[in-house]
Design a protein around this ligand. Structure first.
Ligand code: TNX
Length: 497
């Protein structure tokens, strides 16, 4: 494996010798049939170079061009065709840098976007010192992700983070070739998405947050804009409405959902598991139908997450009934259901994505569901819960599943989490950041970085291409980009930064 500063590590990278390509005043991106991607690439290169790299309509055979190509089969990228599922194929790419030009090839636009992030990571200062001199080493990188779902879940319910913070999260994710942003939009402490059929939800319950901190919410337009911003960077947004527990914000806004008909008090503590919907109230099903139908209509992506976690005050039959009602509504709206591991207690449609988080009973819970056709998303808390403290001295964060140092997030095998489950049943890996103790963007990035880079490599890179030592060298380069972006990050003592 090469020592090129790429995170996540690629399948293969070969330095081909020679000076590489120096970005200069003649450099331009050839749009061809892909004007949107071309302008994204030109924008990224301009930012690197410090001068504007233009887009031209054609000229793919000329020197000093950055050329984008969509190809039909993996062999044209230099990848073996066999075993590349469609979910993995969309992320595959090839980057070729010579002295004359740069060629980015892929099977889909997402692969081209990943290839562009590879250029950013490869860029080094050019031969002429001074602003704007950027050199790309002469290389051929051929790469495809191990898993199709490489995600981050952000809890915006306990503490609210506005669209501009989420755009920075998206930028960081894209740079790591992550492709799913899961938004935990509702919980006991707040409701963060305007649902047009039920305006009371945000009118009342967007105002609260943990510790009486300020609340907030996303309008329909905010979500649409964020979703488009993410899509332009190869990232799908998955909205989560957490049901049938974690619903105090809904019960506080809509008294009709409680047996007494009275709204509950607002809740700004950090206990879990106490709130619940009631399957036998006539108001519950219409509530689920209104909210989930609106959310499905508001998300262009294929998934709606229905939560399902930690309902500690309900019999299994009622739980299953509520989850199944929610799932049928989401499916009726044309979306695939995602749920936390507990939804495995309900009857699930094959293809439902079950998200493992609690390793204490997760494997036993999800195995029968996976055998019955569910797909597995891996978020084992002791590895990828990035709200857990790094060590006992970390000023913020929780400790319920132990401490999670950088190497804990790196050194694990996704297939060992639920022994015996085949790789074909695993959709991928998703980190999560819960925000009970996370109050500011600085807090958020301090917990995310550098661990998110480790999780990204676990999700992208085949196990035999990974090494902690190699990651240590490469992540040091990456950290400079966090410094340039002004992001706060944790200087783990495990790395000689
Ligand atoms: C468990 S993970 C929860 C969240 C907490 C988190 C804190 C999951 C599905 N439920 O409600 O915020 O632990 O780490």
């Amino acid at each position: 494996m090469t020592d090129l500063p790429l995170v996540p590590a690629p399948l293969s990278a070969t330095t081909t010798g020679g000076p590489g390509y120096v970005l200069g005043p003649r450099t331009r991106v050839v749009a061809g049939a892909l004007p949107d991607v071309a302008s994204t690439v030109a924008h990224r290169l301009s930012r690197l170079a410090g001068f504007a790299v233009p887009v031209t309509a054609n000229g793919a055979d000329e020197p000093d061009t950055v050329v984008l190509r969509l190809v039909d089969d993996a062999a044209a990228l230099g990848l073996p065709d066999a075993g590349l599922s469609p979910e993995r194929a969309v992320g595959a790419y090839r980057v070729e840098v010579t002295e004359r030009r740069v060629t980015l090839s892929a099977l889909a636009v997402d692969g081209l976007l990943h290839a562009a992030t590879v250029l950013e990571q490869l860029a080094a200062p050019g031969p002429d010192a001074g602003p704007g001199a950027v050199r790309l080493p002469a290389v051929v990188v051929v790469d495809a992700p191990r898993f199709g779902w490489r995600g981050l879940s952000v809890d915006v319910a306990r503490h609210f983070f506005g669209p501009e913070v989420l755009r920075t999260v998206v930028d960081v994710m894209a740079s790591l070739r992550l492709n799913v942003l899961h938004l935990h939009l509702t919980d006991d402490q707040g409701w963060r998405l305007d649902v047009p059929s039920r305006p009371q939800l945000v009118d009342v319950s967007s105002k609260t947050a943990v510790g009486d901190d300020p609340g907030g919410y996303y309008s329909v337009d905010d979500l649409a804009e964020l979703t488009a911003y993410a899509r332009a960077r190869g990232i799908t947004v998955v909205p989560e409405i957490d049901l049938p527990g974690h619903v105090n914000a809904a019960l506080h806004a809509l008294g009709e959902l409680t047996p007494s008909g009275e709204p509950t008090d607002p809740y700004t503590g950090i206990e879990v598991g106490f709130s619940r919907l009631h399957a036998d109230l006539p108001t519950t099903e219409p509530f689920l139908r209104d909210v989930l139908t609106d959310v499905a209509a508001m998300t262009p992506g294929p998934y709606v997450h229905v939560g399902g976690d930690e309902v500690h005050t309900m019999e299994r039959a009622e739980y299953a009934r509520l989850v199944e009602t929610a799932a049928r509504i989401v499916e009726g709206a044309g979306k695939t259901v995602v749920g936390w591991q507990e939804v495995a207690k309900a009857t699930l449609t094959p293809g439902t994505v079950v998200q493992l988080w609690d390793e204490r009973d997760g494997a036993e819970l999800v195995r029968p569901a996976v055998e019955a056709g569910a797909l597995l998303l891996l978020s084992p808390a002791s590895k990828v819960y990035l709200d857990l403290k790094y060590d006992a001295s970390t000023p913020i964060g929780l400790e319920w599943a132990g401490h999670v140092e950088l190497r804990d997030s790196y050194d694990w095998d996704p297939l060992a989490v639920v022994p015996g489950v085949p790789e074909s049943s695993v959709v991928g890996v998703e980190a999560a950041i819960w925000t009970e103790t996370v109050r500011t963007p600085e807090d958020l990035f301090f917990l995310l970085l550098p661990r998110l880079a480790a999780v990204a490599e676990v999700a992208w890179t085949q196990g035999d291409r990974r090494s902690w030592e190699g990651f240590g060298v490469r992540v040091r380069h990456l950290a400079r980009s966090w410094d340039r972006a002004g992001l706060r990050w944790y200087r783990s003592p495990q790395i000689p930064w």
